[in-house]
Unconditional design. Structure first.
Length: 123
């Protein structure tokens, strides 16, 4: 899936790094200072929610968008409670990822419309 995302993004955005676990993602953000971080919830070593909480606590300016298979409201609430800017379901990556990045960069929150059954998408 990581290669598919990179292929999708390369024509529009500069990819400054990739990571397959939460700890490496945190290190990449610290070194690269990207505008946006796409992060899965289910990752080894440190899950995405823990990594996002740590990054926000450290004062990162990087916008965090969760890109995940989890559509359970508890996961959505936990992810957005970190301060994340977006939540995209992997099955809708082709239609939702670019809009999520644009919204995050504009200072808005994006949630895949297929799961927006909670109070206007707010946790």
């Amino acid at each position: 899936m990581l290669e598919k995302i990179v292929d999708l993004m390369e024509s529009t955005y500069e990819i400054v790094g990739t990571a397959t676990d939460g700890r490496t993602a945190m290190n990449e953000v610290a070194c690269q200072c990207p505008d946006v971080l796409l992060m899965d919830i289910s990752m080894p070593i440190m899950n995405g929610i823990e990594a996002a909480e740590n990054l926000i606590r450290m004062g990162t300016k990087t916008k965090i968008i969760f890109l995940t298979v989890h559509d359970d409201p508890d996961f959505i609430k936990a992810a957005l409670a970190t301060g994340a800017s977006g939540y995209v379901i992997k099955s809708h990556v082709a239609t939702d990822l670019i809009p999520a990045i644009r919204e995050a960069l504009a200072g808005h929150r994006f949630i895949s419309p297929c799961i927006r059954t909670m109070d206007s998408g707010q946790p």
